[in-house]
Design a protein around this ligand. Sequence first.
Ligand code: F6R
Length: 235
Amino acid sequence: MKIIRVQDQIAGGQTAFSIIKDAMEKNKLNVLGLATGSTPLSLYDQMIHSSLDFSDVVSINLDEYVGLPAENKQSYHYFMQEQLFKYKPFKKNYLPDGLAKDADRECKRYDEVLATHPIDIQILGIGQNGHIGFNEPGTPFDSLTRKVELTASTIEANQRFFEKKEDVPTHAFSMGINSIMQSKQIILLAYGKAKAQAIKAMIEESANENCPASALQHHPEVSVIVDHEAAMLLE
Ligand code: F6R
């Protein structure tokens, strides 16, 4: 893993953006893996305000809540539309369908999307418990796309976006750890002291399923972009 320390979230977004720009200029970015949450926002801002044209690039998002339609303001479809897609059109945007009736079928469909569109660069945030996507601690490293139950701590962390805790969905569709590991290159971003413990476990503990992000130790091309607070427990 290559650890890149930056001053703040803005500098982190600029650093991630320069990796994406470089890949585009070399014609090596056909499929971009995207994440939601607050972490990638400074990167999306850089993308929006750049002259880069993504209309030949396919995007694939990590996850979506089960039960929320795309028009719901808390859905990841809505988030991506508002934060990036309405400003920067892509060739095609893939996200899991939160309303899919047959969960197994939807997961299979998504794995087929991933198989036919191998991800060149995957953008990741990290949960305070070390999750990536919605792969919570204990998720097998060989997992593919599936319907997952969110942990109490993730529901708690995501509650800030909903009016009340009862509104936070309890399940999501998420790419698995193995699906994420298939990406040719990975950029994981983390800012703030709430992420410090997860960053330490991901980098310094031996890879194990209690910290899902630690699977990335086995990936050949990972850049971890961290601010001082997220990096503060690193040796
Ligand atoms: C989002 C996702 C999650 C977040 C993580 C960090 O699509 O898959 O793993 O990246 O929960 O969230 P923030 O960035 O809000 O701290």
